[in-house]
Design a protein around this ligand. Structure first.
Ligand SMILES: Cc1cc2nc3c(=O)[nH]c(=O)nc-3n(C[C@H](O)[C@H](O)[C@H](O)COP(=O)(O)OP(=O)(O)OC[C@H]3O[C@@H](n4cnc5c(N)ncnc54)[C@H](O)[C@@H]3O)c2cc1C
Length: 471
């Protein structure tokens, strides 16, 4: 870094020269840019400056300046990430919030090209207005951005049938070091010409480049979607119900679950009566044409009801929406129990789901923390959660130790440390649990190829464990 740019004020001043003073904030001017959804576990960073570029050209100018001066760049979307990926440790926070253009929307060909800063909910609404659907539905859709969704390859309940965000991206425009705008893919449904650079950028968590726009694939919206909720007396019965739903002959659009602890936290506002003995809730949805969804719902009820304590199969649109709205609020309801939580999105092979649900509670007990889980049962994806008081350092430490046990559990069960939230800051250094040394070497090589100076979101995804310094 040049001497002229060696302080936060100097960084902000030089960037203001590129973008205009209204588009650059001092690093400590607005605390919202220093945290993400991991704040509830005490994570907060610091920055030299916050850059708010207006277009891809300005993004390229910021990245070029940072590369030339060895200053870290931390891309920031909606700040809803659960891995601390957007939390800076010095350098420039590059917020995409002003890149909200819809560059093209071709409803007849089921595609759109949007800038990275458009919120997920905005994209979904735009598609809906033309009878189309963008299936990825991560839970913070009103705040998360498409760029952040692509950068984390975000999932959501409907990823079970429709796949995560990456499955709906056919092209990416990104700024990569040393500040060049590149396009991979585009409005193409197929492209096998080169190595799959597009898939490398999907899920790269801001460590390879800054995504400035994406071409998205859409589909006609299903005419109807009917959820069926069923509660069970224990985890074994609940997991058997997941299996029964998959054997029912239909492809469910979503298969979700809540364990007993999550039900204790969120059950009070469940939009139907819940039996006192409820220890696991399963929500499965049938979608398609009205006839298909109706038939699917009947088949799901037939599969889920026999072992259930109770079922809830709403048919009115308002009731169906109430059920999914309730499901979206589970994370907040769990947080509200103690004011904070440490939640990790481990994923295990489906046949190990029941074991994993039980083990989360055991790990919590070992570390003297209340624990629960919920998540995307059909994908074997748990939001394994330890409740804590965010102001109690000892609890935060115990929760961090519990998370280590959780990652070890995921690896032992043949799973992964992250099913959808990514590695970011909080899980860095954990990849060695599940990958061979050669696979890790290839990983580090990809990072070096894109970002030889290590400027892009350093210490995230491919770093050593938090506190051990960066690679
Ligand atoms: C209540 C709640 C529910 C959630 N439910 C789900 C869920 O169901 N499924 C799921 O997968 N996630 C879920 N999440 C997590 C989060 O919403 C997703 O990870 C989301 O994709 C993050 O998007 P963002 O725009 O907020 O990104 P940020 O949090 O701002 O950033 C996330 C990462 O992406 C990078 N990044 C952001 N934008 C760009 C860009 N344009 N170019 C390059 N890198 C970029 C950042 O550097 C960071 O590493 C939930 C979060 C909350 C708070």
């Amino acid at each position: 870094m040049s001497p002229a740019a060696s302080s936060g004020a100097a960084v902000a001043r030089e960037l203001a020269g590129l973008l205009g003073s209204g588009a650059v904030l001092a690093g400590d001017a607005d605390p919202r840019y220093l945290a993400d959804a991991t704040e509830g576990r005490g994570l907060r960073g610091r920055a030299d400056a916050v850059a708010l570029p207006a277009d891809a050209g300005e993004v390229a100018a910021v990245v070029a300046w940072c590369c030339a001066h060895g200053v870290p760049v931390v891309p920031r979307g909606g700040g809803t990430g659960y891995a601390g990926g957007a939390v800076p440790d010095g350098g420039v926070v590059l917020s995409l919030e002003r890149l909200t253009g819809v560059r093209s929307f071709d409803a007849a060909r089921w595609r759109m090209e949007v800038e990275a800063g458009l919120t997920t909910a905005h994209v979904r609404r735009l598609a809906r207005e033309s009878g189309l659907w963008f299936p990825p539905d991560p839970g913070a859709a009103e705040s998360s951005q498409i760029g952040g969704n692509v950068a984390t390859n975000a999932g959501g309940p409907h990823a079970f049938k429709y796949g995560a965000t990456g499955a709906w991206v056919t092209g990416i425009e990104a700024v990569v070091p040393p500040g060049e705008l590149v396009r991979v893919g585009g409005p193409l449904r197929k492209d096998v010409a080169g190595y799959d650079l597009l898939r490398l950028l999907v899920g790269s968590e801001g460590t390879l480049g800054v995504i400035t726009a994406a071409w998205l694939r859409l589909i006609p919206a299903p005419e109807a979607a009917y959820p069926v909720a069923a509660v069970y007396a224990d985890v074994a019965a609940g997991c058997a119900a997941v299996g029964a739903a998959m054997a029912s002959g239909i492809v469910p659009a979503a298969i979700e679950y809540l364990d007993a602890g999550a039900l204790r936290a969120a059950g009070g506002s469940f939009p139907a009566a819940l039996p006192r003995a409820a220890a696991m809730l399963v929500i499965v949805e049938a979608d398609g044409s009205r006839e298909e969804a109706t038939r699917g719902r009947a088949e799901l009820l037939e599969a889920l009801a026999p072992a259930a304590l109770a079922t809830h199969a709403p048919s009115e649109p308002a009731e169906r929406e109430a059920l999914w709205r309730w499901r979206d609020g589970v994370s907040h309801a769990v947080t509200a129990q103690r004011g904070g939580k440490l939640s990790e999105d481990v994923v295990v092979p489906l046949d190990r789901l029941g074991e994993a649900i039980g083990a989360v509670v055991e790990i919590g007990a070992r570390h003297r923390l209340e624990a629960c889980s919920w998540g995307h049962a059909g994908d074997g994806n748990l939001h394994a959660t330890f409740l804590l008081d965010p102001h109690a350092a000892a609890e935060r430490e115990r929760a961090a130790a519990a998370a280590e046990d959780l990652f070890a559990l995921a690896a032992t069960l043949g799973g992964s440390i992250s099913g959808e939230h990514g590695v970011g800051l909080v899980k860095r250094g954990q990849l060695a649990r599940q990958w061979s040394p050669r696979a890790l070497e290839l990983h580090a090589g990809v990072k070096r190829l894109f970002d030889p100076e290590g400027v892009m979101n350093p210490g995230k995804k491919v770093g050593r464990p938090a506190g051990a310094g960066d690679t």
